[in-house]
Design a protein around this ligand. Structure first.
Ligand code: CTP
Length: 414
């Protein structure tokens, strides 16, 4: 793992929610990235994880009390927050967010948060109804206006048995956000403009129905974050997804293939274009202005499709200001390399990242859309480079490093 966080000091505040157990994994990832972690555990937080488990992972004592004389003698609450490069609240409960939004400070966590002059990142986690409550929305808007960085929450099944937004962002996602906030400023891609497309597109049938696909956006979003970490000025053009905007990149939200193409063209010129989106190949020929009703005619309605513009091919074939490096993805279910080669030639891009999206066999974790893993082959004019199965975050980091290498080589040849 890259030591992006070497010599960085994180003050992690763990408040009371079932997601607190995931903060232990976050500490493990942070220390693996060479960060120094100090932890404050709120009294509600200690109902979910113990000071002993948290302290074993940080390798330090865990701070719990505002009026602990030993704490104040060794390191006061002001010092505790000032000593850090970044404060991370994970999980951030609705209660702690409400305190932060209003400047309340009646325990060590809220006092450290009010006393700090350092950046603060919060990873909210709560029941979906609490997340959607007007009071939480108001607090969130206040915190965002105050310059607090927010990651997540994600959509999914909740511990309370409900489904919706409220699950804390995954530890790896929080780590990526921390790296983006604290990572090396410059980076090998500094000064390069990058465009990444991600997620599915939605093609409207009528005002309430649409055609779409299963793309989760995980790989595209991870690539946008990885390029930003290497210093690129990244804009992500994303179709509708259930994951948060990546850290460090500007995100433009679109629905249809046509909107995605228009957003990409508006960003021109760029140095790097990475088309990861699963763009719908077809749109609806005659978009119904009103909801199509059942029983209006004796036959089942027929949908007439028209081919959508190919964004990857359009960017690759740009005359004049074509990006120096255009990369496409190929999701295939058979003859992966052969189809990728054909796509490389047909769309005239520089690399195709091919992956097998057939159903997993033999316990493979990669393969299905929406999985956290991927097994890719980089197909270019230079041949095929096959990578072992990795997480999508690792694929993204590897690809960003390879892109940086390509520009480095180009620069040294000039
Ligand atoms: N792509 C695009 N615009 C489209 C269709 C695809 O930009 N209208 C891009 C995708 O983002 C991806 C690459 O093209 O980078 C490959 O997409 P894919 O759907 O696999 O290729 P197709 O050309 O549609 O070929 P097929 O569906 O026959 O495999």
């Amino acid at each position: 793992m890259a030591e992006f966080l070497k010599d960085k000091r994180i003050l992690l505040i763990v408040s009371g929610g079932i997601a607190a157990y995931k903060s232990l994994e976050l500490v493990r990832l942070l220390t693996k990235s060479s960060a120094t972690v100090r932890a404050i555990l709120t009294s509600a937080g200690s109902e979910f994880v113990t000071p002993l488990s948290l302290g074993s992972l940080t390798g330090d004592r865990v701070y719990t009390d505002l009026f602990d004389l030993t704490d104040e003698a060794e390191m006061g609450h002001i010092e505790l927050s000032r000593d850090a490069d970044l404060l991370v609240v994970a999980p951030a409960t609705a209660d702690l967010m409400a305190k932060m939004a209003n400047g309340l400070c009646n325990d060590l966590a809220s006092t450290a948060l009010l006393a700090t002059d350092k950046p603060v990142l919060i990873a909210p986690a709560m029941n979906v109804r609490m997340w959607e409550h007007t009071a939480t929305r108001r607090n969130l808007a206040q915190l965002s206006g105050d310059g607090i960085h927010i990651i997540g929450p994600n959509e999914g099944d909740m511990a309370c048995g409900e489904f919706g937004f409220g699950r804390m962002a995954e530890p790896a996602e929080i780590l990526t956000a921390i790296e983006a906030l604290l990572g090396p400023g410059g980076g090998p891609l500094k000064g390069r403009k990058a465009l990444v497309t991600s997620g599915p597109t939605r093609e409207a049938i009528d005002p309430v129905r649409y055609l779409a696909n299963r793309s989760s956006g995980k790989q595209g979003h991870a690539i946008a974050a990885a390029l930003a970490r290497l210093g690129a000025d990244v804009t992500l053009v994303s179709g509708p997804v259930a994951i948060p905007d990546p850290f460090g990149a500007k995100t433009i939200h679109v629905e249809s293939a046509k909107e995605m193409l228009a957003a990409c063209q508006e960003l021109s010129p760029v140095d790097i274009a990475v088309c990861v989106a699963a763009v719908a190949d077809w749109g609806i020929a005659d978009l119904a202005g009103q909801k199509i009703k059942k029983g209006k005619s004796s036959t089942t309605p027929m949908l007439k499709l028209v081919e959508n513009p190919d964004i990857l091919a359009t960017l690759s074939n740009k005359s004049g200001n074509r990006p120096a490096l255009v990369i496409g993805f190929a999701a295939e279910t058979e003859n992966v390399i052969e189809h990728a080669r054909e796509k490389l030639a047909r769309k005239k891009c520089d690399w195709i990242i091919a992956n097998d999206v057939s159903l997993p066999d033999g316990g493979k974790r990669s393969g299905v859309m929406g999985s956290d893993h991927n097994r890719v082959h980089i197909v270019s004019g230079d041949g095929v480079d096959s990578w072992p199965e990795m997480t999508k975050a690792e694929v993204a980091a590897g690809l960003a490093a390879r892109i940086a290498e390509q520009f480095n080589t180009q620069d040294s040849e000039q």
